[in-house]
Write a protein that binds this ligand. Structure first.
Ligand SMILES: [Mn+2]
Length: 385
């Protein structure tokens, strides 16, 4: 049983080049590997796509058709900000070789040669799939609107545990690989730099997820690829969504061999990093202490330059472009501040006390005597001792 686990594709008409580049890589990989099941763990769209005007609906639909012509596709709804209720219905009932199932509520399905089935049919089951779309308070607190915050949190956790325990009961009788597809925030996971979460997440612990008794948990929501518990993986997003997000993007190829041997292989997706560099313009120089990172090479780069009002006219776009010659694209922002602030930022950034003293003296057009710098070093050493 080979499962292709993809998450957070974030289809968006404003980022079509990025979306299509990753999507065609994924389709080519799927067609080469020919998995038994393709799993999409939520946030298929970046925001609701409309059929009229500028839209990503057609490309997104073509992508799902391409995947469902290779293998059955199982997916869950992501956050309502990205996959609003009902917004994925346009992907239901496509004319494809295999079925596509989109879960908007918790539930389980059996996969056999006949496709997806709510009950175990006469054909041998290839897999049991549990679905946990993004948990919302409305869903878990329906009919319990008058609870205090503590009581609601407890009710939500109880509700989730109930569902996961129910999954577990079904899993224990299954003679096939068991997969849980979930879009949620697992406690202890690490956000990718640049990713900000909208609203307040319901947190789920890996111990609660384990109640589902799945061989593999295919997670979506956090854009940084990571294993949060034994065989519980965030695949990460398929392209770089935010400036500052520079880690490489991937999908997981998961093999489950009976009885319960799971191997996970990372497949890197060629996506251009979104690099963010903050620097200062001072006396004809662009100072960027992280320039040596090189994370901007071949990246879409945003450069934020802090520049003194008095020096603004001296700083040209060409000077900035020249510093980051190998960046793929550059967006330039100028933060204009009074001269004093520029001086204090470089002083704050200096690592050693002697360096700070030197910078400060330079700002009042003086050069420190060597004894003064030695003294600064002595002060630093005696403080550290
Ligand atoms: Mn997402």
């Amino acid at each position: 049983m080979v499962i292709m686990h993809i998450a957070d594709e974030h289809w968006d008409q404003d980022r079509m080049e990025k979306c299509e580049r990753s999507a065609s890589f994924i389709e080519a990989k799927a067609s080469a590997v020919h998995p038994d099941l393709i799993v999409l763990a939520g946030d298929l769209q970046n925001r609701r796509q409309y059929l009229s005007g500028a839209t990503a609906v057609n490309q997104m639909k073509d992508h799902i058709i391409a995947l469902a012509n290779i293998a059955p596709v199982a997916m869950v709804y992501g956050n309502a900000e990205h996959d609003p209720p009902g917004s994925l219905e346009v992907l239901q009932d496509l004319k494809t070789m295999n079925e596509t199932y989109i879960a908007d509520r918790p539930g389980s399905l059996w996969l056999s040669a006949n496709g997806f089935d709510a009950a175990q049919g006469p054909l041998p089951a290839k897999a049991l799939i549990h679905f946990l779309p993004y948990p919302t308070k409305q869903w878990y607190l329906a009919g319990k609107e008058n609870l205090s915050i503590d009581e609601s949190n407890e009710a939500i956790q109880q509700g989730l545990r109930g569902i996961l325990t129910g999954f577990g009961a079904l899993s224990s009788g299954a003679q096939c690989p068991v997969i849980l597809v979930a879009h949620c925030n697992v406690s202890g996971s690490i956000l990718s730099t640049g990713q900000t979460l909208l609203g307040q997440d319901i947190m789920i612990s890996k111990h609660d997820l384990a109640l589902a008794g799945a061989d593999y948990v295919a997670l979506g929501h956090i854009h940084k690829r990571q294993e949060v518990g034994p065989n519980m993986w965030y695949a990460g997003s398929t392209y770089h969504n935010n400036f500052g997000e520079t880690e490489k993007k991937s999908l997981n190829l998961v093999t489950v061999n009976p009885p319960h041997v799971v191997t996970v292989e990372e497949v890197s997706i060629p996506s251009r990093p979104l690099s963010l560099h903050e620097c200062t313009y001072e006396k004809g120089l662009i100072l960027d202490e992280n320039a040596n990172d090189g994370d901007w090479i071949d990246a879409d780069l945003r450069v934020r330059v802090t520049v003194a009002k008095e020096e603004l006219e001296l700083l040209t776009d060409e000077m900035i472009r020249e510093k980051y010659l190998k960046a793929y694209t550059i967006q330039i922002e100028r933060l204009v501040v009074p001269m004093e602030r520029i001086r204090s930022t470089s002083i704050v950034r200096a690592q050693r006390l002697a360096e700070k003293v030197e910078l400060w003296m330079k700002s009042i057009d003086k050069t420190p005597e060597p004894e003064i710098l030695e003294l600064a070093n002595d002060v630093e050493r005696s403080c550290a001792a």
